[in-house]
Design a binder for this molecule. Structure first.
Ligand SMILES: C[S@@+](CC[C@H](N)C(=O)[O-])C[C@H]1O[C@@H](n2cnc3c(N)ncnc32)[C@H](O)[C@@H]1O
Length: 176
């Protein structure tokens, strides 16, 4: 019975994670400047869609490495963590790399990652994360060119809602 209660408490916590982060989404969206919002495609994913996306991952490795490229407040990462923590078969560790170019959103993202850590800890999963406050497209392009002796990064899973104008309209970043 105690085990069952602990299990229910854990499932509820990971379930609450996505909804808790949704407060960040609503608050951040209210504060965003319209010009910047359009320039960087800052249209965040609602919880139901984020949960659906997360549910589609197989993600059955012992160690998972997730890329969230253009993470916003971290709704997709939170949905991924919530999903994985609720599964009967869980990894022993998750590493998240979250890129966000907008510093005002990165503040919320940091809090989201802290919450992800707490939920992982309560599910017995080791959690590591890297919040990268820079341009994912530039970093990705550099990495592909092996510039500056950068070791190529590898990920098991990537989750994104890419609305970046740059990703569509910067052919020089892609083909140079
Ligand atoms: C469509 S929103 C999606 C946010 C979040 N993934 C979600 O689904 O709610 C795209 C996000 O990517 C960020 N972004 C846009 N261009 C970027 C770039 N080149 N590098 C890193 N982040 C970027 C924006 O600031 C925005 O937060």
């Amino acid at each position: 019975m105690a085990y069952y209660d602990a299990y229910i408490a854990e499932v509820q916590r990971s379930h609450v994670l996505v909804d808790a982060v949704d407060f960040f989404r609503l608050d951040a969206t209210r504060r965003l400047e319209l010009d910047r919002r359009a320039e960087f495609g800052q249209f965040m994913t609602p919880p139901s869609t984020a949960r659906l996306m997360a549910s589609m991952f197989v993600a059955d490795s012992e160690h998972l490495s997730l890329l969230d490229a253009g993470a916003g407040v971290g709704s997709l990462t939170a949905a991924f963590i919530g999903e994985i923590c609720e599964r009967p078969r869980r990894p022993s560790s998750i590493h998240v790399t979250a890129y966000e170019i907008d510093k005002s959103l990165a503040k919320y993202l940091k809090s989201t990652l802290d919450q992800c850590r707490a939920v992982c800890q309560s599910s017995g999963i080791e959690f590591e994360c890297e919040l990268v406050e820079s341009d994912f497209i530039e970093d990705g392009t550099r990495s592909l060119r092996h510039e500056m002796f950068m070791a190529p990064r590898r990920f098991d899973c990537a989750i994104l809602n890419s609305h970046t104008r740059k990703s569509i309209a910067t052919p020089d970043a892609i083909s140079a």
